[in-house]
Structures are given as structure tokens and as C-alpha cells.
Ligand binder design. Sequence first.
Ligand code: SAM
Length: 248
Amino acid sequence: MRFDVVTIFPEYLAVLDVSLLGRARREGLVDVHVHDLRDFTVDRHRTVDDTPYGGGAGMVMKPEPWALALEHVAAQGSVAPAPADPASAGPGDRPVLLVPTPSGERFTQRLARELAGREHVAIACGRYEGIDERVFGWAEELFEVRLVSLGDYVLNGGEVAALAMIEAVGRLVPGVVGNPASLVEESHEDGLLEYPVYTKPADWRGRAVPPVLLSGDHGKVAAWRRAQQEERTRERRPDLWAAYDSED
Ligand code: SAM
């Protein structure tokens, strides 16, 4: 699977060399390319931003460098050529372009699973007040564009969101996480939060591990874990619980 990240701070993405994802990159399971948006500017000052039409605080990222950078990215990798009529293209025909933004749809485990099945995912990291809105409509000619938010708060730029999304998607690529069973039992995979986990010693500073986990009775352990999942989801995330409950 290939990721292309466009940013004005390529060094932000250096941590992708560390840990499981770093190993996955070295083993060729996940291919990550980082592009400096300023390499796609045409002026002496390598300008990527300008003042907003209509006034207001802050700067807006200019469309021209984004168009050049995204055209370059779309031409990379094992990517199907853009269809003559983008409207007739199915979702699998074009690479995905993720645009991190607090005004996007929520990035979820479900979306991470969907993206892990794609060959090519590009990420456009905004800064300042964001990217000129016209870029997103234009980019539909080359990509399936998804505006995605990490959560209901505002970051300084899209790089942290890109890191989170690459990690969430990358770890679902077969071979990246050693034991695939550990991926299935995690929070959000079945609409519930994960059950609490414990390791040795069985008694630590006067706090005992729940006795059922020491019983050796797999049926009882499974039932206890399920009840814990339901209880903590109900208590901590009423929104998830309501969605889960209504599916029953
Ligand atoms: N003015 C924008 C707004 O109010 O929606 C916020 C711009 S923010 C300072 C700069 C960039 O950070 C955004 O373009 C986006 O790339 C990124 N960003 C900020 N918060 C984010 C979030 N919750 N999820 C994903 N990306 C985010």
C-alpha cells in the first residue's frame, strides 16, 4: 500500500520511521512518500499562502501549488489512470485523497478499515486557515476526495492528523501487526470499547486482578469481557452505545 503526504513541514513525518510502521516500511509492506508543497511553487519566495477573499484573520493556502503537487502525486505508484469522465468512475478507480480538516467527516476505525483495502492514499496537510476550497472540487478529477476530521478540536496543521491516519490504516495492512487476532478484539472494531486488560503480578500494591481471569474457564472469561465492554461503552461513550444498542 502506498501513501503520499503533501506538507510544508516534511520533517514532521520523520517519526514514521519508528516502531511497527518503520519496520513495515523497511519490509515494503507500507510505502510512504512525503512531498514538500513548496517544491511545487513557481515564485522566488516559494509562496504557499495568501490573504483571504472577503477579509478576515489568517492566511489561506493558494490553489496553484496544491494542483501541481496533487497532479504529481496522482501520477505516482500503481494507480489507475483518471477516467475521461470522473463522474462515471467508481470509488475503486481513483486513489483516495484525504484532506484533514476539523470540518470534515469523523475519521473512524470503519474508515481506516475501508482505506486499508485501497492501493494508494494521498494526504493533503493544510496549514493556516486551510486550503482554497476550489482545490477539493478540482481534485475529484484525479482522486476520490474525503474531508476528514480527527475530532472536535483544532490543530495547527494536518500533519498530526496524517500521522494518526497513516498509523490507523497502516496497522491494518496484512503483516504489519504480528498477530492479526489482536486487531479484531480492539476498541471500535465491533462498535464497543475494549475490555480492561491485566498482566502479572496477580496482586499489585493491594490491587487484585479480577478472579475470573485466573479461573481458566474460557467461556466465563469471554462473558465477563463482553459485559465489561458493554458497561464501559455505556458509561464512557453514550453515543457509541446508542448506535450499538439500536443495531441489536
Ligand atoms: N480555520 C480552520 C477551521 O476553523 O476549520 C482551521 C484551520 S487549522 C488551524 C489548520 C489545519 O490543521 C487544517 O487545514 C487541517 O489540515 C488541520 N486540522 C486542524 N484541526 C484538525 C482536526 N480536528 N482534524 C484534522 N485536521 C485538522
